[in-house]
Design a protein around this ligand. Structure first.
Ligand code: NAD
Length: 444
């Protein structure tokens, strides 16, 4: 049992995963959120959203008493020696990061601290935020604050495995003792990976021990957004090449398989499709552009990547020809497979564009109906299964790479066009089922 008591502020994708893993590694952990609906789910031993393997970790944390959901800063903060902030950092309409949740949580922490705290920033914040937080906290509290930037690299859909088997641990601080404490906590979780994987029924990838990078706060902050920006850049690059492939009768999958075989380049994130979405890539790219602008640095390379990405849902729709009165099925509303998260989901954008263009749209997602419903045009029908959704459709669009879509019997939509906006399926097999097939940057 650790001497430390931790409060994780924010019980979203990052906060819940972090808190459940801290609890599983033997640390008494408060999961603090202002959203009572999320806390009710946690108290019932469930994650507040779908994430593979997380329900069982949460259930075990609640049962052991190590995971304590609460909305009370007064309860959690005075007992804690470490606070990890994992609140949301959405973007403002102009693309700049909105830090109101970060600073509001900070004020509540400062009001309730009863002694010195190690404050760990798990949220993705623009470079320079740590310095601002240290200055603000000094004005709000007489107690000391040792600030550690520990950016989060987990991916929704594989959040548990990513966190117990991380590629690397990045820690930025001016206080080496605090940096050491936090590094050790994350290394402990990684060292217990076999036990934790068993609880959450996860298969490990047998990665080597994570590499630890200790650096300045500013470098850690910039590392996080740079990593996401580079991945987004690769996707947009692949989509630019896909558009050229469409215009020249080349096949972007054939091209990228060969290009990615070059070890200097790598195949990952060169999949063309309907573009990236989610709560991270779009806003982190815009956040980087905004930070660069504030420092008078040219970041037009990322502006181009972002604009190209925003063009992709309409590009998919443009490939379909006249859609008026056509029965169109969208398979996939989550922004990626393995999650119920629909933030900035391209599948939802495509569905709404089609509905507004006069199509009759049906949609299906294995996990995301509850989250998707408020985002969808109200005349879009949600089907009970992929099979039912496809029956009688004139056009089927795959908009999320759920593995189960590979086993749908598309013969229920004979003569339809299957537009594979994730380039998920093998076109030869589809042809056998008498469907027209088209992917993004793939030969018809
Ligand atoms: P989220 O929106 O799922 O969760 C944020 C939570 O914070 C919400 O439950 C909200 O109710 C809570 N909250 C807001 N203000 C609060 C306050 N004052 N006190 C207590 N709770 C408060 O967000 P997320 O996806 O978990 O992302 C959190 C941060 O981590 C963001 O900065 C994001 O960019 C970053 N990040 C996310 C991912 C990911 O895959 N989701 C991966 C890496 C990093």
């Amino acid at each position: 049992m650790s001497d430390h008591i931790v409060t994780v502020v924010g019980s979203g994708y990052v906060g819940t995963t972090t808190a459940a893993l801290l609890a599983a590694s033997g640390i008494k952990t408060f999961a603090l959120d202002i959203d009572e609906a999320k806390l009710a789910k946690l108290n019932a031993g469930k994650a507040p959203f779908f994430e593979v393997g997380l329900d069982s970790l949460v259930a075990q944390g609640i049962e052991s008493g190590n995971l304590i959901p609460t909305s009370s800063y007064e309860e959690a903060i005075p007992q804690s020696t470490i606070v990890m902030s994992a609140v949301g950092t959405p973007d403002n309409p102009d693309g700049s990061p909105n830090l109101k949740y970060v600073f509001s949580a900070l004020s509540s922490i400062a009001e309730n601290a009863s002694g010195p705290l190690v404050y760990v920033q798990k949220s993705t914040v623009p470079v320079g935020t740590g310095k601002e937080i240290i200055e603000k906290y000094a004005k709000q509290s007489d107690h000391g604050l040792n600030y550690v930037s520990a950016p989060e690299f987990l991916r929704e859909g594989t959040a548990v495995v990513d966190s117990i088997e991380p590629d690397r641990i990045v820690v930025g601080s001016t206080d080496s003792a605090s940096a050491q404490i936090i590094t050790q906590i994350f290394l402990d979780i990684a060292s217990k990976r076999n036990d934790i994987a068993q609880i959450s029924e996860q298969t490990l990838r047998n990665l080597p021990e994570p590499e630890v990078f200790t650096m300045s706060i500013e470098s850690a902050e910039l590392t996080k957004v740079t990593a996401n920006a580079f991945l987004a850049l690769k996707i947009s690059f692949a989509n630019s090449i896909a558009k050229l492939a469409d215009a020249t009768n080349a096949d972007v999958v054939e091209v990228m398989d060969a290009v990615g075989a070059d070890k200097r380049i790598g195949r990952a994130f060169l999949n063309a499709g309907r573009g990236y979405g989610g709560g991270c890539f779009p806003k982190d790219v815009k956040g980087l552009i905004s930070s660069a602008k504030a420092s008078n640095v040219d970041m037009s390379i990322m502006t181009a990547a972002s604009e190209l990405n925003e063009s992709m849902p309409s590009y998919v729709v443009d490939q379909l020809g006249d859609v008026s009165e056509k029965k169109i099925t969208i398979l996939g509303l989550a922004f990626k497979a393995g999650t119920s998260d629909v933030r900035k989901s391209p599948g939802i954008k495509i569905a709404n564009i089609l509905q507004n263009s006069g199509a009759i749209v049906t949609a299906f997602d294995p996990q995301a109906h509850e989250e998707a419903r408020p985002e969808l045009d109200e005349s879009i029908v949600l089907a009970e299964s992929a099979q039912i959704a496809c029956s009688g459709a004139e056009i089927i669009i795959i908009a999320t790479e759920w593995a189960e879509f590979t086993s749908v019997d598309f013969s229920v939509a004979k003569g339809a066009l299957l537009f594979d906006a994730m380039n998920l399926l093998d076109s030869g097999e589809i042809r056998g089922k008498a469907l027209d097939y088209k992917g993004v940057g793939r030969k018809a």
